[in-house]
Each structure stands twice: as structure tokens, then as C-alpha cells.
Design a protein around this ligand. Structure first.
Ligand code: GTR
Length: 435
């Protein structure tokens, strides 16, 4: 296989560009974009124990197979995370009950990890619909460019943590400025979310761990090092693991907020942040719904298909995203003891939705769909609907059961269309759910 697709190794020349542009999705040359060229591969069975015995009951899944798969993802893909820290506190920094022309209450919360004054802080922005009776369900996701970039609302506080320099955007000293206020608003359908009765909460990914390979010195990881430790062990969290962990900390806060129904929080993310959302939802069973928007390699896409982005490529371009052990699978996907359908299966019986875009071959839409298809038997074993139709759907024709999927026309992005489906999916799920 390596000689056939040996070009994959050479392709890392393009990496710098891809790493520097979180908003663009390159389609680098030398990778497989043709279904006919996908080599034969074997997926590890979700419903089979590591020793080869079949998983026959929901209890066996719950008590033995699910923990086994979780360990495999920790060990080989994302690394172990520390869990909820002992010292965790929340401070409301700002609130406006008449935000967005009276449509919403804006609440900005500082999540403090560790002791004052040396705590690590995460800034969580929340909009609650003012038309509400009692606690509301919420969507929670990380953002790429700072909370203030998701909307033009002048009340959103500017991020305080490291941001990639981009002089054209007014970012010169690794600090965000007013210039990027509202810059990514097309990705956050704030008004639509509020109009449908949901809250929306978001946090800048760089607050948790800045998105570059700094040897794990400037994110949240050093706070958890053992004496003498200078970087995570090969089976400890990388940056995607840290982002996922941060999402759980945001949920820790949301669970204390009386205006939020913490049993109805959907975690979502786009692209690299979709990988984080899936890993957060897989581990943290408090999330009711998990949504992956164009998450691709290391997200919803099956790695063993080596279609579009590969494990080798992602580990070279973004050496900080996954755990050290993950490097063993660079150009060696066949050896992976898991694949991403098992990540989706970890979410069962909770709701999971996977979205692809037609022009996003790099993220392998078919592989993303197949993850849902191959997770479905676990949903069935647990007695829920799973994916109602296993065929690859037509463009812009969402399929929704407990598992959902759509492929829409257009590029690698999150757009209004995607949000409409997530809102429909959440409505449908909560209507039928007991929780
Ligand atoms: C790409 C990367 C993808 C995806 C994307 C993004 O460069 O190869 O895995 O995460 O970035 O986050 O926009």
C-alpha cells in the first residue's frame, strides 16, 4: 500500500499553509479522493470484545465493552484526560438581560481552573432566549477566533488568551482586537437558535490550549503535570483531548446555571473542533446530543479508508492534536485497534448527528457516513432507533433517528443549513426522549 500511495509521505510540504489557515480547507495533492482507489480494509467490530468474544447484551456493552473501547481511544488516539479538577470555580463577569435588542440575556462566565491567583481561565459566553419559561436546552461548542468573533454584539468581551498573529485582521501581538468582532458570525446562527428556544454557549479553543505545537507548555496541560513532568506521556491528552476536556468544564458550569436544562445540552463543533466535540461527547455521558460538523480525520471519518486526510498527514501537520501513541499509526492505519465508528458508538444510546459537505472530500463524507452506519448496531442493541436508513443519502436530504446524517451542497464550513438540521434534530430528539 505504501508504494502505491507513497506520495502521502511527500505531501507534508504543504503542511504549513494548512496549519496556518483554520478557516480554509485545502485539498492537498497526492491523497485518495476516488472511491475506487480506497484499499480493502477491516474495521474492528464494535460488538466484539478485545478477546474476540461477541458482545451479546446491553449490559455487556455498558459494563465491559464500552469501557474497553474508551480505554483504546485514550491509549491510541486522544490520550487520557484528568477529569474534573478539584479546584474549579465560576465567576459571572458580565450579564446583560437586554442583549441583541432584547432577544437574549448575555452571560459571560469565567471558569477558573486551579487556585486564585494562579488559576487558568476559560471564558464562556452564553446567550439565553428571553422568551423562555424555565430552564432551556442549549448548544455548546468551541470557536476558532474568539467569542467576540461569533457575533457583532459589542458587549462580547475580547479574548484574553493567545491568538495566532494575522496583521490583516488586526492581530499583531498574539492578542485579538475589535477588528475581528463578528468575523465568524456566519458560522453561528445565534438568532435562529434563540428563536427556537435554545441557549447557545461558546468558548475560544485557545483559552484551553492554543492551537500550535508548543511542546504543551502554554495550554492547560502543565497544570496537571506530576512533579518533574514536562510534557504529556504518550498515552496522555494532546490538544484535541484538552479541548474536549474544556467542553466538559463548560458543562460543569452550565449544570450550575438555573436557566439551563443541563440534561439537554448538545455539544457540537466544526472540523478540528468537531473532533473535540465527538471525543467530549464520547467520554462525558452528561451530553445529551453530540454533533460533528465536517470533522473528518480523527473525527467522524473512518481512518482505515485513508480517503482524503490520513493519520500520517494529520500527525505531521498537527503533531499536537493527538496523543504520542497515535504517531504509531501514521501511514499504518491498518494497525489501529479502533476506528471512528467506535467513537460514535460510545455516544449510544444518546443522540449523535454527523454532517458532511459535498466539496469537503478532504474530510471524507462517505467515511463520515460509514461511521454512523457501523455504529448503528450498538444503538440497536441498546434498544433505540439508530440510523433509519443506511444508504448514503441524496444531497440536502437529512436522515434523522437517534443517529442523524446529512451531506449538503457546498464547502467545508458551518452554515445556516447545518444549524437548521441540528435544531430539527434536537427538537425531534427531545420530543421523543425521556430525559
Ligand atoms: C485541516 C485539517 C482537518 C481539519 C481542518 C479544520 O487543515 O487537516 O483535519 O481539522 O483543518 O479544522 O479546519
Amino acid at each position: 500500500m505504501q508504494s502505491l500511495f507513497g506520495v502521502r509521505r511527500g505531501a507534508c510540504l504543504l503542511l504549513l499553509t494548512a496549519a496556518a489557515l483554520p478557516f480554509a480547507q485545502a485539498q492537498p495533492k497526492g491523497f485518495i479522493y476516488d472511491e475506487a482507489k480506497v484499499p480493502p480494509y477491516t474495521l474492528p467490530a464494535a460488538l466484539q470484545f478485545d478477546d474476540g468474544k461477541p458482545v451479546a447484551t446491553a449490559v455487556e456493552w455498558r459494563e465491559r465493552r464500552r469501557p474497553e473501547i474508551l480505554r483504546l481511544f485514550e491509549q491510541h488516539v486522544y490520550g487520557r484526560s484528568p477529569g474534573r479538577p478539584e479546584k474549579l470555580s465560576f465567576v459571572i463577569r458580565e450579564e446583560d438581560k437586554q442583549a441583541l435588542n432584547g432577544l437574549a440575556t448575555r452571560r459571560q462566565v469565567e471558569i477558573r481552573i486551579g487556585d486564585t491567583p494562579g488559576f487558568h481561565r476559560l471564558d464562556l459566553l452564553i446567550y439565553l432566549p428571553n422568551k423562555r419559561q424555565g430552564p432551556v436546552p442549549a448548544f455548546l461548542g468551541l470557536n476558532f477566533a474568539g467569542n467576540h468573533a461569533i457575533h457583532t454584539d459589542p458587549g462580547i468581551l475580547i479574548p484574553r488568551s493567545w491568538m495566532r498573529n494575522d496583521p490583516a485582521q488586526g492581530i499583531t501581538e498574539n492578542r485579538a482586537t475589535e477588528k475581528t468582532r463578528g468575523a465568524t458570525r456566519s458560522r453561528w446562527a445565534v438568532e435562529s437558535i434563540l428563536a427556537r428556544g435554545y441557549a447557545v454557549a461558546t468558548m475560544y479553543n485557545g483559552d484551553i490550549d492554543p492551537d500550535f505545537d508548543d511542546g504543551f507548555q502554554n495550554g492547560v496541560q502543565p497544570r496537571f503535570y506530576k512533579p518533574g513532568q514536562t510534557k504529556p506521556e504518550p498515552d496522555e491528552w494532546g490538544t484535541v483531548g484538552a479541548w474536549a476536556w474544556g467542553l466538559s468544564r463548560a458543562l460543569d458550569y452550565l449544570s450550575t446555571d438555573e436557566d439551563i436544562n443541563a440534561r439537554r445540552v448538545a455539544v457540537l463543533g466544526h472540523s478540528r473542533l468537531g473532533k473535540a466535540a465527538l471525543w467530549a461527547g464520547a467520554q462525558d455521558e452528561r451530553f445529551a446530543i453530540v454533533i460533528s460538523n465536517n470533522s473528518g480525520c480523527g473525527g467522524a471519518a473512518l481512518s482505515k479508508r485513508i480517503f482524503g486526510e490520513t493519520v500520517g498527514r494529520i500527525n505531521t501537520a498537527f503533531p499536537h492534536w493527538f496523543c504520542g501513541n497515535h504517531k504509531k499509526y501514521s501511514d499504518n492505519e491498518a494497525a489501529l485497534p479502533v476506528d471512528q465508528h467506535m467513537l460514535v458508538a460510545l455516544i449510544a444510546p444518546r443522540a449523535a448527528y454527523i454532517a458532511s459537505a459535498q466539496e469537503d472530500s478532504w474530510a471524507d463524507p462517505v467515511g463520515e457516513h460509514l461511521a454512523a452506519v457501523h455504529a448503528d448496531p450498538v444503538y440497536k442493541l441498546l434498544g433505540v432507533a439508530g440510523l433509519p436508513d443506511k444508504a448514503f443519502p441524496a444531497l440536502n436530504k437529512p436522515v434523522m433517528g437517534t443517529l442523524g446524517y446529512h451531506i449538503r451542497t457546498g464547502k467545508h464550513d458551518v452554515i445556516q443549513y447545518d444549524w437548521e438540521q441540528y435544531l430539527n434534530f434536537a427538537d425531534q430528539h427531545y420530543k421523543s426522549a425521556k430525559r
